[in-house]
Design a protein around this ligand. Structure first.
Ligand SMILES: Nc1ncnc2c1ncn2[C@@H]1O[C@H](COP(=O)(O)OP(=O)(O)OP(=O)(O)O)[C@@H](O)[C@H]1O
Ligand SMILES: [Mg+2]
Length: 316
């Protein structure tokens, strides 16, 4: 659905996109993640035919962005990071304006607008002035606007930025609904965890270079191995050997970096070396030591930490 090949864009001496190659299939929800200035907006503008690349190629629905601008514009909905809103218009008038701009026949306009308002939960706000909407509503209006011409592909630039937790959850369920409707989505964000739950695929970009592109599952595995030592908290039952004895048994394993034992609470915190996958060896070691496990709690990997490691070029 979306393909780029060696895409490069320079602004003077600055290379905003550096040999960017990616491929997004139909029906995917692609999370485009990168810090400020990474090149997310630039990529989306090239795909929306608003900006010309200096080298490489890009296509949407098999159409070349350089030669098929008009057709592509009909097939995509691009929501920029900042919506140019219009004062003195109500929500309904605003959507009517875009419906006429997209040349939706007059007879169909009402239905299309009602559908877009329904999907984005804006029906109650149809008579509200656009500049009186909250940030969350404004972002939803931005989505409503790009749905008017029923595009196949949606390019949404930071739709969840500046939203409170509830509005973010609402935005996420709206995007999932769009995916269920069969649309292909490219959604940017600078926060990995904001998108990770809803994406089928992610791309991580920094300084114009794509550092990672693939399934979310592989990304987690990769970030996990980069996240450094992992910790597991183990609590022992009152019967059986105590924490100190168990610690001595566990410390012989090279995969165990450190064990902190607390006699009073009968707990152990076991630090596992970076890059070790799975906890089987640890459970086996515990059982071999005669320990009776009351609880076994691996600490969550800090995704944001791992993401920072990814984007400082730990992998290239
Ligand atoms: N019109 C422009 N003229 C000069 N430099 C630009 C222009 N637009 C973008 N840049 C530069 O290109 C780089 C990529 O910018 P871009 O807006 O694509 O990043 P982004 O990933 O969208 O960042 P953000 O998360 O802040 O939105 C940045 O270094 C930016 O300063
Ligand atoms: Mg941007």
């Amino acid at each position: 659905m979306i393909e780029t090949n060696g895409l490069t864009k320079r602004y003077g001496a600055l290379t905003a996109l550096d040999d960017l190659t990616l491929s997004i299939g139909a029906g995917e929800v692609f999370g485009f993640i990168g810090p400020n200035g990474a090149g997310k907006t630039t990529t989306m503008k090239v795909l929306s035919c608003l900006l010309r690349a200096d080298a490489g190629s890009a296509s949407v629905c098999g159409l070349d962005v350089r030669t098929s601008g008009d057709e592509i514009r009909r097939l995509i909905g691009y929501m920029p990071d900042f919506l140019g809103l219009y004062d003195d218009l109500t929500v309904d008038e605003y959507l009517q304006f875009f419906a006429s701009a997209y040349r939706i026949p007059r007879a169909r306009r009402r239905g299309v607008i009602e559908q877009a308002m329904e999907l984005t939960d804006l029906r109650d706000k149809r008579d509200a002035m656009v500049d009186s909407l909250s940030r969350g509503m404004t972002q939803r209006l931005g989505v409503a606007r790009v749905l008017i011409h029923d595009p196949k592909v949606l390019l949404l630039d930071e739709p969840a930025s500046g939203l409170d937790p509830r509005a973010r959850i609402e935005m996420r369920s709206l995007l999932l609904e769009l995916a269920r409707m069969g649309k292909t989505l490219m959604v940017s964000s600078h926060i990995l965890s904001e998108l990770s739950e809803m994406c089928t695929m992610i791309g991580i970009i920094e300084r114009g270079k794509l550092l990672y592109c693939g399934s979310i599952k592989d990304a987690y595995a990769r970030t996990r191995s980069l996240a450094g030592a992992e910790r597991v908290a183990v609590r022992l039952e009152a019967e059986g050997p105590g924490p100190a004895a168990v610690r001595t048994a566990l410390e012989t394993d090279a995969r165990v970096v450190r064990v902190v034992a607390d006699e009073e609470t009968r707990t152990l915190v076991v630090e596992i070396a970076a890059g070790v996958h799975g906890h089987h060896f640890l459970i086996e070691g515990l059982i071999k030591s005669g320990a009776r496990i009351a609880s076994f709690q691996p600490e969550d990997v800090n995704l944001e930490d791992a993401f920072l490691k990814l984007t400082t070029g730990a992998i290239q």
